[in-house]
Design a protein around this ligand. Structure first.
Ligand code: 16G
Length: 249
């Protein structure tokens, strides 16, 4: 991996056609290229600032500047005290009806949530449309910030009919686990996905800069008898997630 990076950096220094006069921009380009070519795998550590400066015979200030730019772009992430790593994107298949908890556990990551709201109340007109409920019906509401380990990945607001899940405190780590316990695991869902730019508050919660791209996803899930069991509006980090769908003719 070091060799790939050294070779790429030297190649860019020699390349007169695309010659980039500033060393930190050359290094930035070189790192980006080797990450894109898969010469450095997602999740792996970059050599230390000191090692890079020795290997490439450039100053540490230059290395720091190059890395800083790539951290801002989301290509690299810095973990305090541990070093700099190639950011890993999370691939989420759209064809399977899975939960956040299941998705992360399948990747060997530890999901957790911070609850901003876990309450019982009367359905609003908008929620009653989404859930096919009559005015006056009771619903439970969850507002959660969802993490993988210590990394915030998504903000979710969920509404579930209280006729299905009577007490919001039944939801601990996973909504789908709680629905499973009452025999109402979603079987089918309609999902609408659109791109958004994260506002200041969302960006702060998700530890990204305001204006970073996010994915706004609305999911209405159904059980076998046709009842809607959840209406969730999620905001997933666009810099980390790839939503992938398989298409057939
Ligand atoms: C996912 C779902 C969300 C669901 C949640 C349940 C998407 C886009 N959204 O985040 O609709 O409510 O999982 O996760 O996949 P949980 O069982 O871990 O609470």
């Amino acid at each position: 991996m070091e060799n790939a990076l050294i070779n790429e950096y030297r190649r860019l220094c020699r390349d007169t056609a695309t010659r980039q006069p500033l060393a930190y921009l050359r290094l930035r380009r070189a790192i980006r290229n080797v990450v894109e070519h898969g010469d450095i795998e997602a999740g792996s550590a970059l050599p230390s600032e000191r090692d890079l400066s020795k290997l490439l015979e450039i100053s540490r200030v230059t290395v720091r500047k190059a890395i800083g730019g790539l951290v801002d772009e989301g290509v690299l992430i810095q973990r305090h005290g541990a070093g700099t790593f190639v950011a890993e994107r999370i691939i989420k298949p759209m064809s399977r009806l899975t939960s956040f908890t299941e998705d992360l556990r399948a990747r060997g990551l530890n999901p957790r949530s911070e609850f901003f709201e876990r309450s019982l109340g009367e359905v609003t007109p908008e929620e009653s449309m989404a859930l096919n409920l009559s005015p006056g019906a009771q619903v439970i509401r969850l507002h959660r910030l969802r993490y993988a380990e210590d990394e915030p990945l998504a903000i979710e607001r969920t509404v579930v009919p209280a006729s299905i899940l009577p007490d919001p405190m039944l939801v601990h780590d996973s909504l789908y686990e709680a629905l499973d316990h009452v025999g109402c695991r979603p079987r089918r869902a309609l999902q609408r996905l659109r791109a958004v730019l994260l506002g200041a508050q969302q960006a702060r919660l998700l530890h990204v800069h305001a204006g970073t791209a996010g994915l706004n996803i609305e999911r209405r899930s159904f059980i076998d008898d046709g009842r809607v069991v959840e209406f969730t509006v999620s905001c997933y980090r666009g810099d980390i997630y790839d939503f992938v769908a398989e298409l057939a003719e």
